[in-house]
Write a protein that binds this ligand. Structure first.
Ligand SMILES: *Cc1c(COP(=O)(O)O)cnc(C)c1O
Length: 426
């Protein structure tokens, strides 16, 4: 057997992996020119200016065509997209929203900032929200929406989730911040529930540093989303031929409008999406198939759609947290950086949520006299508590070559065998 680096062996890779920003590492001349042109044309605002390029509108039309969904709205961030989606659905004070225990703080954070309270569903072996857990939480009639989050490119079990949501009559928001371009049974992730939200923050598949989008098939939800994101105005009437009466439909909103500079960058990023997905998926499959062939018993995240994932991260479930940490440490020495997500802890264990703290002095959404009080304890999500600290993610950059994939697989096989992982108990 080949020697580990920690035992004086040669590292599986001679250098660290490329930074794991798929779209970010592809930013180039095209993005620079498109955003620069907006500036030189002195027209960085999406709705008017002296020499409009309508970059945000172009981006929205590109997403609409790609995702096969009629309504797309560019916004300032993925968090803004979630708030806008919740407000489009009319969710607010006195409402509860189901959120997976395994997600970024922004998902429950957007719920709280919308004056509602998150309640947490457990995960299953996909590391995504468990349909059974959703079903149980829906028994509480204070629940008014469900947010699903495909984690790091892996799809949620949308057929099961949609049938449960329909049974209870509760709308679904798909937060696909981490999975732009993933498809579930052929449909663009984010187009299956009632409304979808995207993020273009640096860490995501495509990026302009910041940015987000809301997508929906529902003209009424779209109108409400546009109004909320634009201080109550509806400046998209003629573009979509929607007749709407301000006296009747207007409400107070926020400003979450996307800048034309961001739009210019994202139009060019969107053109790179298929290329990025193609390479990531090819490397993902190559590494996964080698590991599966060489390491009988290796456990991957369950894939509810085994071709539609983005391929940005391969999730490996180890027998226990101690061995998972050793696996990570030994692989770092081999120049293969794997890691657990969110410190291996359910999001509600963060102090902001655990202690239910908001910036408000009065009128915190947590202060609402719910018939069924909301408290957060690890016991409510045993699978997340067990799986999160022992699931290690291998980031797969679109910059990885076939040779990189071979070296990475070899390094993982070396460490896995040296640690005798197939013999370890949970
Ligand atoms: C990144 C992320 C967000 C927030 O997106 P921003 O653009 O950073 O506001 C929301 N949800 C999930 C699951 C994310 O990963």
């Amino acid at each position: 057997m080949e020697k580990l680096v920690i035992d004086g062996g040669r590292p599986a890779r001679s250098e660290p992996m490329p930074p794991a920003y798929p779209g970010g590492m592809m930013l180039g001349q095209e993005e620079a020119e498109a955003s620069g042109a907006v500036v030189l044309d002195q027209s960085p605002f999406r709705y008017y200016g002296p020499n409009m390029r309508y970059a945000v509108q172009q981006l929205e039309d590109m997403i609409s065509a790609y995702a096969e969904i009629p309504y797309v709205l560019g916004v300032t961030s993925g968090t803004a997209a979630l708030v806008v989606a919740l407000k489009a659905l009319g969710v607010g004070y006195g409402d509860k929203v189901i959120v997976p225990a395994n997600t970024f703080l922004a998902t429950p954070g957007a719920v709280v900032c919308s004056q509602a309270v998150p309640v947490f569903a457990d995960v299953d072996d996909s590391l995504n929200i468990s349909p059974e857990s959703i079903d149980k939480l829906c028994e509480d009639d204070e629940v008014k929406a469900i947010i699903t989050v495909p984690i790091l490119g892996n799809l949620c079990d949308m057929d099961a989730i949609q049938s449960i949501a329909k049974k209870w009559g509760i709308p679904v928001i798909e937060d696909i911040a981490q999975s732009c371009g993933a498809t579930y049974k052929g449909s663009f992730a984010g187009t299956i529930g009632d409304i979808g939200t995207l993020s273009f923050q640096m860490n995501k598949v495509l990026t302009a540093g910041e940015g987000g989008a809301v997508i929906t098939r529902d003209a009424n939800l779209f109108e409400r989303a546009v109004r909320y994101h634009d201080q109550g105005s509806f400046r998209e009437k003629s573009r979509y031929g929607i007749v709407s009466d301000d006296e009747e439909k207007a409400f107070v909103g926020q400003n979450y409008r996307m800048s034309e500079v961001t739009g210019g960058v994202l139009v060019e990023q969107w053109k790179r999406l298929n290329g990025i997905l193609g390479v990531m998926r090819a490397r993902y499959i190559a590494i996964q198939q080698t590991l599966a062939a060489e390491l009988p018993g290796i456990k991957f995240r369950v894939e509810p759609d085994s071709t539609g994932y983005t391929g940005s991260h391969l999730g490996m479930i180890l027998p226990n947290a101690a061995i998972a940490n050793q696996f990570m440490e030994y692989l770092y020495a081999e120049n293969i950086q794997v890691y657990p997500l969110y410190g291996g802890k359910p999001v509600f264990m963060l102090p902001q949520l655990l202690h239910q703290r908001t910036a408000d002095v009065k009128g915190s959404p947590f202060a609402y006299p719910f018939r069924k009080p909301v408290i957060y304890t690890p016991e409510s999500c045993p699978n997340a508590v067990s799986l999160m600290p022992r699931t290690m993610y291998l980031p797969i950059s679109p910059l990885l070559t076939e040779q990189d994939a071979v070296e990475i697989a070899a390094g993982i096989i070396k460490v896995y065998r040296s640690l005798n992982i197939s013999e370890q108990k949970g």
